[in-house]
Ligand binder design. Structure first.
Ligand SMILES: [Zn+2]
Length: 105
C-alpha cells in the first residue's frame, strides 16, 4: 500500500493583473480616510516606511521626506489625483489643527 496523499489544491484567486502602482500602494497601506481641513476635504493615507521608496518634498515645511520614513499622503478626493502631496505626519497634523482655529496672540 503506497500512502499516496491527494493533497487538496487550494483554489486561490486567479492572479489579477494589478500593474497599477496606485492599486498596489492602496493594498500596502491598507486604505484611506477622509479629513476635512481649513481648505476643504482631503483623502489621507498613511504610508509605511517600507512603502516609502522615494524622497518627497513636504509642502508643510519644505523639507525632504527621506525614503523609508513613514509619512502621510493627501490629495483631493474629487480630483484626478494629480494634486497628491506627501507630508511629514507631524506637518500634516499641525496644518489641520492650525487652520481650523487660528490662535490669537
Ligand atoms: Zn514637513
Amino acid at each position: 500500500m503506497s500512502p499516496r496523499r491527494n493533497s487538496p489544491r487550494r483554489k486561490g484567486d486567479p492572479a489579477r493583473p494589478t500593474s497599477d502602482p496606485d492599486a498596489l500602494l492602496l493594498r500596502v497601506t491598507g486604505g484611506e480616510r477622509r479629513e476635512t481641513g481649513p481648505d476643504g476635504e482631503w483623502a489621507v493615507r498613511r504610508i509605511s516606511g517600507a512603502a516609502a521608496a522615494k524622497p518627497y518634498r513636504c509642502p508643510g515645511c519644505h523639507q525632504e521626506i527621506p525614503p523609508g520614513m513613514p509619512h502621510v499622503v493627501a490629495w483631493r478626493p474629487f480630483g484626478d489625483g494629480d494634486d497628491r502631496r506627501h507630508w511629514h505626519s507631524s506637518c500634516w497634523e499641525k496644518r489641520a489643527h492650525r487652520g481650523v482655529r487660528p490662535p490669537r496672540y
